[in-house]
Design a protein around this ligand. Structure first.
Ligand code: FAD
Length: 420
Protein backbone atom coordinates (compact mmCIF):
# COMPACT_ATOMS: atom_id res chain seq x y z
CA UNK A 1 0.00 0.00 0.00
CA UNK A 2 1.12 3.52 -0.80
CA UNK A 3 -0.12 6.51 1.21
CA UNK A 4 -0.13 9.58 -1.07
CA UNK A 5 -0.91 9.49 -4.79
CA UNK A 6 1.41 12.18 -6.10
CA UNK A 7 4.64 11.76 -8.08
CA UNK A 8 6.69 9.84 -5.49
CA UNK A 9 3.74 7.63 -4.51
CA UNK A 10 2.94 6.87 -8.14
CA UNK A 11 6.51 5.88 -8.92
CA UNK A 12 6.64 3.68 -5.81
CA UNK A 13 3.35 2.03 -6.87
CA UNK A 14 4.88 1.25 -10.26
CA UNK A 15 7.75 -0.61 -8.56
CA UNK A 16 5.47 -2.42 -6.09
CA UNK A 17 3.35 -3.69 -9.00
CA UNK A 18 6.39 -5.77 -10.07
CA UNK A 19 6.74 -7.36 -6.63
CA UNK A 20 3.25 -7.74 -5.11
CA UNK A 21 -0.06 -9.18 -6.26
CA UNK A 22 -2.13 -6.21 -5.12
CA UNK A 23 -1.07 -2.57 -4.88
CA UNK A 24 -3.38 0.12 -3.49
CA UNK A 25 -2.68 3.85 -3.52
CA UNK A 26 -4.64 5.83 -0.91
CA UNK A 27 -5.00 9.53 -1.75
CA UNK A 28 -6.57 12.19 0.44
CA UNK A 29 -7.71 14.38 -2.49
CA UNK A 30 -10.38 13.68 -5.03
CA UNK A 31 -8.68 12.55 -8.22
CA UNK A 32 -11.56 13.46 -10.52
CA UNK A 33 -11.08 17.13 -9.63
CA UNK A 34 -7.62 17.09 -11.05
CA UNK A 35 -8.56 17.83 -14.63
CA UNK A 36 -5.25 18.01 -16.45
CA UNK A 37 -6.32 20.65 -18.95
CA UNK A 38 -7.42 23.41 -16.55
CA UNK A 39 -5.32 26.34 -15.40
CA UNK A 40 -5.95 27.38 -11.80
CA UNK A 41 -9.12 29.40 -11.31
CA UNK A 42 -8.53 30.79 -7.85
CA UNK A 43 -5.42 31.43 -5.79
CA UNK A 44 -4.52 29.00 -3.04
CA UNK A 45 -4.85 30.30 0.52
CA UNK A 46 -1.92 32.54 1.34
CA UNK A 47 1.26 30.69 2.07
CA UNK A 48 -0.03 27.26 1.07
CA UNK A 49 2.14 25.18 -1.24
CA UNK A 50 0.00 23.76 -3.99
CA UNK A 51 1.92 22.04 -6.73
CA UNK A 52 -1.11 21.02 -8.77
CA UNK A 53 -0.98 24.13 -10.89
CA UNK A 54 2.74 24.42 -11.28
CA UNK A 55 4.86 23.52 -14.23
CA UNK A 56 6.86 20.35 -13.72
CA UNK A 57 9.99 19.35 -15.53
CA UNK A 58 12.06 16.27 -14.75
CA UNK A 59 15.82 16.49 -15.18
CA UNK A 60 17.28 14.42 -18.01
CA UNK A 61 18.13 11.57 -15.64
CA UNK A 62 14.60 11.61 -14.20
CA UNK A 63 13.15 11.49 -17.69
CA UNK A 64 15.27 8.43 -18.52
CA UNK A 65 14.07 6.62 -15.37
CA UNK A 66 10.44 7.60 -16.00
CA UNK A 67 10.64 6.29 -19.54
CA UNK A 68 12.14 3.04 -18.21
CA UNK A 69 9.32 2.66 -15.65
CA UNK A 70 6.53 3.89 -17.94
CA UNK A 71 7.58 3.06 -21.52
CA UNK A 72 5.97 5.41 -24.06
CA UNK A 73 5.32 8.19 -21.52
CA UNK A 74 7.21 10.81 -23.56
CA UNK A 75 5.18 10.04 -26.69
CA UNK A 76 1.95 10.22 -24.71
CA UNK A 77 2.89 13.60 -23.23
CA UNK A 78 3.67 14.86 -26.75
CA UNK A 79 0.31 13.61 -28.02
CA UNK A 80 -1.58 15.56 -25.36
CA UNK A 81 0.31 18.71 -26.25
CA UNK A 82 3.23 18.89 -23.79
CA UNK A 83 6.05 20.73 -25.59
CA UNK A 84 9.33 18.89 -26.03
CA UNK A 85 12.32 20.96 -25.01
CA UNK A 86 15.80 20.22 -26.21
CA UNK A 87 17.58 21.96 -23.37
CA UNK A 88 20.86 22.64 -25.12
CA UNK A 89 19.15 24.21 -28.15
CA UNK A 90 15.78 25.61 -27.03
CA UNK A 91 16.68 27.32 -23.78
CA UNK A 92 19.25 30.11 -24.00
CA UNK A 93 21.05 30.71 -20.72
CA UNK A 94 22.38 34.20 -20.14
CA UNK A 95 26.16 34.18 -20.19
CA UNK A 96 26.45 30.81 -21.97
CA UNK A 97 27.18 31.50 -25.61
CA UNK A 98 26.71 28.06 -27.13
CA UNK A 99 23.54 26.35 -28.28
CA UNK A 100 23.57 22.98 -29.97
CA UNK A 101 21.42 19.93 -30.70
CA UNK A 102 21.82 16.98 -28.32
CA UNK A 103 19.67 14.11 -27.15
CA UNK A 104 18.76 15.92 -23.94
CA UNK A 105 15.06 16.57 -24.31
CA UNK A 106 12.31 16.51 -21.70
CA UNK A 107 8.68 17.64 -21.75
CA UNK A 108 7.34 20.65 -19.93
CA UNK A 109 3.79 20.27 -18.67
CA UNK A 110 1.58 20.96 -15.68
CA UNK A 111 1.95 18.87 -12.55
CA UNK A 112 -1.66 17.76 -13.08
CA UNK A 113 -0.98 16.39 -16.54
CA UNK A 114 2.10 14.57 -15.32
CA UNK A 115 0.25 12.92 -12.45
CA UNK A 116 -2.72 12.09 -14.63
CA UNK A 117 -0.50 10.34 -17.21
CA UNK A 118 1.26 8.22 -14.59
CA UNK A 119 -1.97 7.36 -12.80
CA UNK A 120 -3.75 6.34 -15.99
CA UNK A 121 -0.90 4.02 -16.91
CA UNK A 122 -0.82 2.47 -13.44
CA UNK A 123 -4.53 1.66 -13.67
CA UNK A 124 -4.53 0.50 -17.31
CA UNK A 125 -1.24 -1.43 -17.50
CA UNK A 126 -0.27 -2.42 -13.98
CA UNK A 127 -3.60 -3.09 -12.22
CA UNK A 128 -2.93 -0.63 -9.39
CA UNK A 129 -6.03 0.30 -7.30
CA UNK A 130 -6.71 3.87 -6.23
CA UNK A 131 -8.73 4.90 -3.17
CA UNK A 132 -9.42 8.60 -3.53
CA UNK A 133 -10.77 11.09 -0.96
CA UNK A 134 -9.42 8.81 1.79
CA UNK A 135 -7.20 10.02 4.55
CA UNK A 136 -4.92 7.55 6.26
CA UNK A 137 -5.00 8.41 9.95
CA UNK A 138 -2.89 5.75 11.64
CA UNK A 139 -0.48 2.85 11.14
CA UNK A 140 -1.47 -0.57 12.46
CA UNK A 141 1.18 -2.85 13.98
CA UNK A 142 1.20 -6.54 14.87
CA UNK A 143 0.89 -7.78 18.47
CA UNK A 144 4.61 -7.55 19.12
CA UNK A 145 4.60 -3.98 17.77
CA UNK A 146 7.47 -4.96 15.46
CA UNK A 147 5.85 -4.94 12.01
CA UNK A 148 3.23 -2.97 10.11
CA UNK A 149 0.02 -4.85 9.33
CA UNK A 150 -1.92 -2.08 7.61
CA UNK A 151 -3.47 1.32 8.14
CA UNK A 152 -6.57 2.97 9.48
CA UNK A 153 -8.32 5.40 7.15
CA UNK A 154 -11.23 7.77 6.95
CA UNK A 155 -13.23 8.13 3.76
CA UNK A 156 -14.70 11.54 2.98
CA UNK A 157 -18.35 10.60 3.42
CA UNK A 158 -18.00 8.16 6.30
CA UNK A 159 -17.27 9.30 9.79
CA UNK A 160 -16.21 5.80 10.89
CA UNK A 161 -12.64 4.70 10.48
CA UNK A 162 -11.87 1.65 8.34
CA UNK A 163 -8.96 -0.74 8.47
CA UNK A 164 -7.00 -1.90 5.49
CA UNK A 165 -4.34 -4.58 5.81
CA UNK A 166 -1.04 -4.54 3.96
CA UNK A 167 2.32 -6.23 4.39
CA UNK A 168 4.22 -3.21 3.07
CA UNK A 169 3.18 0.41 3.67
CA UNK A 170 4.94 3.23 1.78
CA UNK A 171 4.62 6.74 3.20
CA UNK A 172 4.67 9.18 0.25
CA UNK A 173 2.68 11.93 1.95
CA UNK A 174 5.02 14.75 0.99
CA UNK A 175 6.90 17.20 3.19
CA UNK A 176 4.06 17.51 5.69
CA UNK A 177 3.93 13.79 6.41
CA UNK A 178 3.18 13.15 10.07
CA UNK A 179 5.09 9.85 10.09
CA UNK A 180 7.56 11.13 12.73
CA UNK A 181 4.66 11.82 15.12
CA UNK A 182 3.00 8.47 14.30
CA UNK A 183 6.24 6.65 15.10
CA UNK A 184 6.54 8.43 18.42
CA UNK A 185 2.95 7.55 19.35
CA UNK A 186 3.73 3.90 18.60
CA UNK A 187 6.76 3.95 20.92
CA UNK A 188 9.43 4.31 18.21
CA UNK A 189 12.02 7.08 18.00
CA UNK A 190 11.28 9.87 15.52
CA UNK A 191 13.91 10.94 12.97
CA UNK A 192 16.21 13.95 13.32
CA UNK A 193 15.46 16.75 10.89
CA UNK A 194 17.76 19.09 8.98
CA UNK A 195 16.32 22.25 7.42
CA UNK A 196 18.16 24.71 5.19
CA UNK A 197 16.16 27.74 4.16
CA UNK A 198 17.12 30.29 1.50
CA UNK A 199 13.68 31.90 1.92
CA UNK A 200 12.87 31.24 -1.69
CA UNK A 201 9.53 32.63 -2.85
CA UNK A 202 7.73 31.92 -6.11
CA UNK A 203 4.95 33.63 -7.98
CA UNK A 204 3.40 31.97 -10.99
CA UNK A 205 0.86 33.01 -13.56
CA UNK A 206 -0.53 31.22 -16.63
CA UNK A 207 -0.71 33.10 -19.93
CA UNK A 208 -2.15 32.38 -23.34
CA UNK A 209 0.80 32.10 -25.71
CA UNK A 210 0.35 35.09 -28.08
CA UNK A 211 -0.69 34.05 -31.58
CA UNK A 212 2.11 34.15 -34.14
CA UNK A 213 4.64 34.66 -31.36
CA UNK A 214 8.14 34.38 -32.82
CA UNK A 215 11.31 33.89 -30.77
CA UNK A 216 14.50 31.88 -30.92
CA UNK A 217 13.64 30.10 -27.64
CA UNK A 218 11.00 27.73 -26.32
CA UNK A 219 11.95 28.18 -22.65
CA UNK A 220 13.22 31.57 -21.57
CA UNK A 221 15.30 31.66 -18.41
CA UNK A 222 16.60 34.89 -16.88
CA UNK A 223 18.71 33.67 -13.98
CA UNK A 224 19.72 35.29 -10.70
CA UNK A 225 23.37 35.97 -9.97
CA UNK A 226 24.53 35.55 -6.37
CA UNK A 227 25.39 37.30 -4.17
CA UNK A 228 23.45 40.44 -5.24
CA UNK A 229 21.00 39.80 -8.04
CA UNK A 230 18.31 37.68 -6.42
CA UNK A 231 15.62 37.66 -9.05
CA UNK A 232 14.84 34.96 -11.61
CA UNK A 233 12.17 34.66 -14.26
CA UNK A 234 11.29 31.71 -16.49
CA UNK A 235 8.71 31.19 -19.21
CA UNK A 236 7.79 27.52 -19.69
CA UNK A 237 5.50 26.46 -22.51
CA UNK A 238 2.92 23.85 -21.42
CA UNK A 239 0.07 21.85 -22.96
CA UNK A 240 -2.71 23.86 -24.63
CA UNK A 241 -0.35 26.48 -26.13
CA UNK A 242 -0.02 28.20 -22.81
CA UNK A 243 2.88 29.61 -20.85
CA UNK A 244 3.49 29.21 -17.16
CA UNK A 245 5.60 32.14 -16.03
CA UNK A 246 7.52 31.67 -12.80
CA UNK A 247 9.14 34.62 -11.02
CA UNK A 248 11.21 33.96 -7.94
CA UNK A 249 13.57 35.52 -5.47
CA UNK A 250 15.35 34.68 -2.22
CA UNK A 251 15.82 36.28 1.19
CA UNK A 252 13.79 39.29 2.20
CA UNK A 253 12.74 40.30 -1.32
CA UNK A 254 9.04 40.88 -1.94
CA UNK A 255 7.04 38.75 -4.37
CA UNK A 256 4.37 39.80 -6.80
CA UNK A 257 0.84 38.99 -5.69
CA UNK A 258 -1.22 40.53 -8.50
CA UNK A 259 -0.93 41.17 -12.23
CA UNK A 260 0.50 44.69 -11.87
CA UNK A 261 3.27 43.71 -9.45
CA UNK A 262 3.93 40.58 -11.55
CA UNK A 263 4.71 42.73 -14.60
CA UNK A 264 6.72 45.17 -12.49
CA UNK A 265 8.85 42.30 -11.11
CA UNK A 266 9.31 40.93 -14.66
CA UNK A 267 10.49 44.36 -15.77
CA UNK A 268 13.11 44.42 -12.99
CA UNK A 269 14.91 41.26 -14.25
CA UNK A 270 18.43 41.44 -15.70
CA UNK A 271 17.13 41.19 -19.26
CA UNK A 272 13.97 42.79 -20.72
CA UNK A 273 13.14 39.70 -22.84
CA UNK A 274 10.69 38.13 -20.38
CA UNK A 275 8.81 41.36 -19.73
CA UNK A 276 8.60 42.03 -23.48
CA UNK A 277 7.13 38.57 -24.09
CA UNK A 278 4.36 38.78 -21.46
CA UNK A 279 3.47 42.46 -21.29
CA UNK A 280 0.66 42.16 -23.86
CA UNK A 281 -0.15 38.46 -23.34
CA UNK A 282 -3.52 37.44 -21.87
CA UNK A 283 -3.31 36.12 -18.31
CA UNK A 284 -5.34 32.94 -17.78
CA UNK A 285 -5.00 32.66 -14.02
CA UNK A 286 -4.56 34.79 -10.94
CA UNK A 287 -1.01 35.21 -9.63
CA UNK A 288 -0.21 32.50 -7.10
CA UNK A 289 2.54 32.81 -4.53
CA UNK A 290 4.46 30.03 -2.80
CA UNK A 291 6.60 30.46 0.28
CA UNK A 292 8.20 28.36 3.00
CA UNK A 293 9.91 26.12 0.44
CA UNK A 294 13.05 25.06 2.28
CA UNK A 295 15.28 22.00 1.93
CA UNK A 296 14.11 19.61 4.63
CA UNK A 297 15.51 16.19 5.34
CA UNK A 298 14.35 13.56 7.80
CA UNK A 299 17.04 11.08 8.77
CA UNK A 300 15.13 7.78 8.94
CA UNK A 301 18.40 6.02 8.14
CA UNK A 302 19.76 6.96 11.58
CA UNK A 303 16.88 5.45 13.57
CA UNK A 304 17.86 2.60 15.85
CA UNK A 305 14.43 0.98 15.35
CA UNK A 306 11.83 1.12 12.60
CA UNK A 307 8.78 -1.13 12.18
CA UNK A 308 9.30 -3.85 9.56
CA UNK A 309 7.24 -3.30 6.42
CA UNK A 310 7.37 0.49 6.57
CA UNK A 311 9.05 2.65 3.91
CA UNK A 312 9.20 6.46 3.63
CA UNK A 313 10.22 8.18 0.39
CA UNK A 314 9.83 11.30 -1.77
CA UNK A 315 9.31 14.65 -0.07
CA UNK A 316 8.30 12.80 3.12
CA UNK A 317 12.02 12.05 3.54
CA UNK A 318 13.75 14.82 1.63
CA UNK A 319 12.09 17.92 0.21
CA UNK A 320 14.38 20.13 -1.86
CA UNK A 321 14.23 23.78 -2.76
CA UNK A 322 12.22 23.37 -6.00
CA UNK A 323 14.35 25.97 -7.80
CA UNK A 324 16.82 23.26 -8.85
CA UNK A 325 14.10 20.97 -10.27
CA UNK A 326 15.56 17.86 -8.64
CA UNK A 327 12.60 16.45 -6.75
CA UNK A 328 10.87 14.28 -9.34
CA UNK A 329 14.26 12.94 -10.40
CA UNK A 330 15.14 12.14 -6.79
CA UNK A 331 11.71 10.51 -6.35
CA UNK A 332 12.52 8.39 -9.42
CA UNK A 333 15.89 7.40 -7.91
CA UNK A 334 14.05 6.49 -4.70
CA UNK A 335 11.74 4.20 -6.69
CA UNK A 336 14.75 2.43 -8.25
CA UNK A 337 16.27 2.05 -4.77
CA UNK A 338 13.04 0.43 -3.58
CA UNK A 339 13.15 -1.93 -6.53
CA UNK A 340 16.70 -2.98 -5.76
CA UNK A 341 15.91 -3.55 -2.04
CA UNK A 342 12.86 -5.67 -2.87
CA UNK A 343 14.91 -7.71 -5.34
CA UNK A 344 17.51 -8.41 -2.65
CA UNK A 345 15.05 -9.55 0.02
CA UNK A 346 14.57 -13.17 1.02
CA UNK A 347 11.65 -15.17 -0.44
CA UNK A 348 8.70 -15.46 -0.03
CA UNK A 349 7.14 -12.03 -0.72
CA UNK A 350 5.59 -11.83 2.77
CA UNK A 351 9.01 -11.94 4.41
CA UNK A 352 10.04 -8.30 4.51
CA UNK A 353 12.48 -8.55 7.41
CA UNK A 354 15.23 -5.98 7.07
CA UNK A 355 13.82 -4.25 3.97
CA UNK A 356 12.79 -1.04 5.78
CA UNK A 357 16.19 -0.44 7.35
CA UNK A 358 18.09 -1.36 4.20
CA UNK A 359 15.90 0.89 2.06
CA UNK A 360 16.24 3.98 4.29
CA UNK A 361 20.03 3.48 4.45
CA UNK A 362 20.39 3.14 0.68
CA UNK A 363 18.01 6.04 0.03
CA UNK A 364 20.08 8.27 2.33
CA UNK A 365 23.18 7.57 0.30
CA UNK A 366 21.30 8.26 -2.98
CA UNK A 367 20.18 11.61 -1.55
CA UNK A 368 23.70 12.81 -0.63
CA UNK A 369 24.72 14.35 -3.97
CA UNK A 370 21.46 16.14 -4.88
CA UNK A 371 21.25 17.38 -1.26
CA UNK A 372 24.77 18.80 -1.43
CA UNK A 373 24.06 20.45 -4.80
CA UNK A 374 20.95 22.19 -3.44
CA UNK A 375 22.76 23.32 -0.30
CA UNK A 376 25.86 24.53 -2.09
CA UNK A 377 23.68 26.74 -4.30
CA UNK A 378 21.47 27.98 -1.45
CA UNK A 379 24.45 28.94 0.70
CA UNK A 380 25.64 31.33 -2.01
CA UNK A 381 23.08 33.67 -0.41
CA UNK A 382 24.19 35.23 2.87
CA UNK A 383 20.58 35.18 4.14
CA UNK A 384 20.29 31.38 3.99
CA UNK A 385 19.66 29.78 7.38
CA UNK A 386 20.76 26.34 8.59
CA UNK A 387 23.90 24.35 9.42
CA UNK A 388 26.50 24.38 6.65
CA UNK A 389 28.14 20.99 6.00
CA UNK A 390 31.65 22.58 5.87
CA UNK A 391 34.35 21.37 3.51
CA UNK A 392 32.12 19.19 1.30
CA UNK A 393 30.04 22.27 0.56
CA UNK A 394 33.08 24.32 -0.48
CA UNK A 395 34.25 21.45 -2.68
CA UNK A 396 30.84 21.21 -4.38
CA UNK A 397 30.75 25.00 -4.88
CA UNK A 398 34.17 24.98 -6.54
CA UNK A 399 33.20 22.00 -8.66
CA UNK A 400 29.97 23.65 -9.88
CA UNK A 401 31.83 26.93 -10.57
CA UNK A 402 34.42 25.08 -12.61
CA UNK A 403 31.83 23.11 -14.61
CA UNK A 404 29.81 26.28 -15.30
CA UNK A 405 32.91 28.14 -16.45
CA UNK A 406 34.06 25.31 -18.72
CA UNK A 407 30.56 24.87 -20.15
CA UNK A 408 30.49 28.41 -21.57
CA UNK A 409 32.22 27.38 -24.77
CA UNK A 410 32.42 23.58 -24.53
CA UNK A 411 29.32 21.66 -25.64
CA UNK A 412 30.65 18.38 -24.19
CA UNK A 413 30.88 19.79 -20.65
CA UNK A 414 27.50 21.51 -20.95
CA UNK A 415 25.90 18.28 -22.16
CA UNK A 416 27.44 16.17 -19.37
CA UNK A 417 26.35 18.61 -16.69
CA UNK A 418 22.73 18.50 -17.88
CA UNK A 419 22.64 14.76 -18.58
CA UNK A 420 23.25 13.76 -14.97
C1 FAD B 1 6.47 25.35 -6.37
C2 FAD B 1 7.00 23.98 -6.70
C3 FAD B 1 7.51 23.69 -7.98
C4 FAD B 1 8.05 22.43 -8.29
N1 FAD B 1 8.61 22.19 -9.52
C5 FAD B 1 9.23 21.01 -9.77
C6 FAD B 1 9.88 20.74 -11.03
O1 FAD B 1 9.86 21.55 -11.96
N2 FAD B 1 10.52 19.55 -11.18
C7 FAD B 1 10.55 18.61 -10.19
O2 FAD B 1 11.21 17.57 -10.34
N3 FAD B 1 9.90 18.81 -9.01
C8 FAD B 1 9.26 19.98 -8.78
N4 FAD B 1 8.62 20.18 -7.60
C9 FAD B 1 8.58 19.10 -6.62
C10 FAD B 1 7.54 18.02 -6.87
O3 FAD B 1 6.26 18.57 -7.07
C11 FAD B 1 7.43 17.07 -5.67
O4 FAD B 1 8.41 17.31 -4.76
C12 FAD B 1 7.61 15.66 -6.12
O5 FAD B 1 6.55 15.46 -7.01
C13 FAD B 1 7.55 14.64 -4.99
O6 FAD B 1 6.45 14.89 -4.17
P1 FAD B 1 5.75 13.77 -3.28
O7 FAD B 1 4.94 12.87 -4.15
O8 FAD B 1 6.77 13.16 -2.39
O9 FAD B 1 4.82 14.66 -2.32
P2 FAD B 1 3.55 15.55 -2.64
O10 FAD B 1 3.59 16.06 -4.03
O11 FAD B 1 3.47 16.55 -1.54
O12 FAD B 1 2.34 14.54 -2.53
C14 FAD B 1 1.87 14.00 -1.31
C15 FAD B 1 0.49 13.40 -1.56
O13 FAD B 1 0.06 12.75 -0.37
C16 FAD B 1 -1.31 13.04 -0.15
N5 FAD B 1 -1.57 12.88 1.30
C17 FAD B 1 -1.08 13.62 2.33
N6 FAD B 1 -1.52 13.15 3.52
C18 FAD B 1 -2.29 12.07 3.24
C19 FAD B 1 -3.01 11.14 4.06
N7 FAD B 1 -3.00 11.22 5.41
N8 FAD B 1 -3.70 10.14 3.47
C20 FAD B 1 -3.72 10.01 2.10
N9 FAD B 1 -3.05 10.88 1.27
C21 FAD B 1 -2.33 11.88 1.84
C22 FAD B 1 -1.47 14.48 -0.64
O14 FAD B 1 -2.82 14.79 -0.93
C23 FAD B 1 -0.57 14.46 -1.89
O15 FAD B 1 -1.26 14.07 -3.05
C24 FAD B 1 8.05 21.42 -7.30
C25 FAD B 1 7.50 21.71 -6.02
C26 FAD B 1 6.99 22.97 -5.71
C27 FAD B 1 6.46 23.25 -4.33
Amino acid sequence: MVIGGSIAGLMAARILADHFETVTVVERDSLSNLNPSCPPQKPEPNGDISQANNVHVPLAQGQRILEHLFPGLAIELSLVGAPKINWTADCPVLGVGIRFQADLATHTCSHRLFEWSLRRRLIDHYGVNFLESCQVTQLLLDESQAAVTGVQLLTQNRSQAERLSANLVVDARGCRSSLPQWLETLGYPSPEETAINSFLGYSTCWFKQPQNFQADWKVLMISHKPPKNKRTGVIYPVEGKRWVVVLSSVGEDSFPTDQASFLEFARSLQSPLLYEAIKDATALSPVQTYRRIENRRRHYEKLSRLPEGLIALGDAVCAFNPFYGQKMTVAALGALTLDSCLKQKAQPTENLTGVSKRFQTELASTLETPWLIALSEDFRWSTTEGNQPGSMLRLMNQYINQVSKSAIDRPGVWKCSIRN
